[in-house]
Design a protein around this ligand. Structure first.
Ligand code: S3P
Length: 441
């Protein structure tokens, strides 16, 4: 018999209090990657202690990097320098983590040794040609399955050439992959994005002393220009994890929460813009810059929400937040329309279909379209919903219970461990009546 984690949430409640949320996943991955190829010791504070980022950490240990993990977000990386990685004796298992696989494909394509990258059932279904095609143009030798999925077999090649690449999708993972390959390539690698995407890689490379140029929507890196010098990194809270409490407070009368020390890099704050368009009451307090990244405390108070047409330029800036934005839409007055978000279909699950199915299960009029969804707000009922094994969908439906008329039970919540292991505890502390159990199914 298989065991699975189930969340059971009693309806109602409100969010009150202060909290920190899980640390930023994107920045945590990059701290391990860049710290490993830097010269000297990189000390990371606030590293995300979750399955995805631990997959990256373990992979770099297999590549010969000494990484001490002291727990509670403290990690010390003994950087081996740009040419100090060594072959792993076994395939690198990256679990559920698309970021690990796509970023590491770029870095490992440029090494002198071979590598194999594998992942779990969900990651093994996700498209990898978006990285293997441009990497091949740089001279990299990679092989995927016939359908362009993992495992990825990489043949070492230390003679990559810089290319110009114009991305047809707005993807920070593809951009970062090519920047990491570009570090080792002969000449310039330049990447043009169709819309701004998160720029943590660029900022962190600069923090490690490696120059990166931006010209409009193009980012450029000159290969073999410098070495990376170890720095200390303080990882802020993840706005993608904060988003659950932002929506929860916005939809439940009487709520007032303060989310402390959250990253508010402008390439990540689409959730704030979208919620404000819907009528949310959100204040950014104590704004500051920490290690090249903007950070703030975010206060959210209840305010009635209205349905909106979500501007397409905000989609890449809120790409991971749509499961919970759909919940906000279900609780809003009127219709919310999302277009230009076909990428949601190739995330940890098909987030358009799985969310539409779950919302319909709860009695909401949710119509999936090829690149988005139309949702009409109304009373939310209770029932059993399937998260599709997707961490963000499990957490989004948990939040929906604040407004549901009866209990919501969410199946397959194990993967909440990939990004926000403390979610049930923090949500309970703020006012959600949630229970986590492991059951045989
Ligand atoms: C990420 C980029 C985004 C995002 C993912 C993390 C990153 O993916 O969905 O959770 O850390 O670069 P895409 O760039 O593929 O949209």
């Amino acid at each position: 018999m298989k065991k699975e984690v189930i969340f059971k949430i009693n309806p109602g409640g409100q969010f009150n209090g202060d909290t920190r949320v899980a640390s930023d996943k994107s920045i945590s991955h990059r701290s391990i990657i860049l710290g490993s190829i830097a010269e000297g010791v990189t000390q990371v504070d606030g590293f995300l202690e979750a399955e995805d980022t631990l997959s990256t950490l373990k992979a770099f240990r297999h590549l010969g990097v000494r990484i001490e993990h002291h727990g509670q977000g403290r990690v010390e990386i003994q950087g081996v320098g740009m040419n100090g990685l060594s072959a792993s004796s076994e395939p690198l298992d990256l679990g559920n983590s698309g970021t690990s696989m796509r970023l590491m494909s770029g870095l490992l394509s440029a090494q002198s040794f071979d590598s194999v990258l594998t992942g779990d059932e969900s990651l093994s279904k996700r498209p990898m040609q978006r990285v293997t095609v441009p990497l091949a143009k740089m001279g990299a030798v990679l092989e995927t399955t016939n359908s362009g999925t993992a495992p990825i077999r990489i043949q070492g090649n230390s003679h990559l050439n810089g290319i110009h690449y114009s991305m047809d999708i707005a993807s920070a993972q593809v951009k970062s992959c090519l920047l990491l390959a570009g570090l080792y390539a002969q000449g310039t690698t330049s990447i043009t994005e169709p819309a701004p995407t998160r720029d943590h890689t660029e900022r962190m490379l600069e923090g490690f002393g490696y120059p990166v140029k931006r010209e409009g929507s193009t980012v450029l890196i000159e290969g073999r220009q410098a070495s990376l010098k170890a720095v200390n990194i303080d990882v802020p809270g993840d706005i993608s994890s904060a988003a659950f409490f932002m929506v929860g407070a916005s939809i439940s009368p009487g709520s007032n929460v303060l989310l402390k020390h959250v990253g508010v890099n402008p390439t990540r704050t689409g959730i704030i813009d979208i919620l404000r368009l819907m009528g949310s009451n959100i204040e950014l307090l104590n704004q500051r810059t920490v290690g090249g990244e903007m950070v703030a405390d975010i206060r959210i108070r209840y305010a009635p929400l209205q349905g909106v047409k979500i501007p397409e330029y905000l989609v890449p800036l809120a790409i991971d937040e749509f499961p919970v934005i759909f919940v906000a839409a279900a609780c809003a007055e009127g219709q919310t329309v999302l277009t230009g978000a076909a990428e949601l279909r190739v995330k940890e699950s098909d987030r358009i279909q799985v969310m539409a199915d779950g919302l319909q299960q709860l009695g909401i009029d949710a119509n999936p379209t090829p690149d988005g969804m139309r949702i009409t707000g109304s009373k939310l009922g209770g029932g059993v919903v399937d998260s599709g094994g997707d961490h963000r969908i499990a957490m989004a439906f948990s939040i929906a219970a604040l407004k549901s008329t009866s209990r919501i039970e969410i199946r397959r919540c194990d993967n909440v461990q990939t990004s926000f292991p403390d979610f049930p505890e923090i949500a309970a502390r703020l006012g959600l009546d949630i229970q986590r159990s492991q059951e045989s199914v």
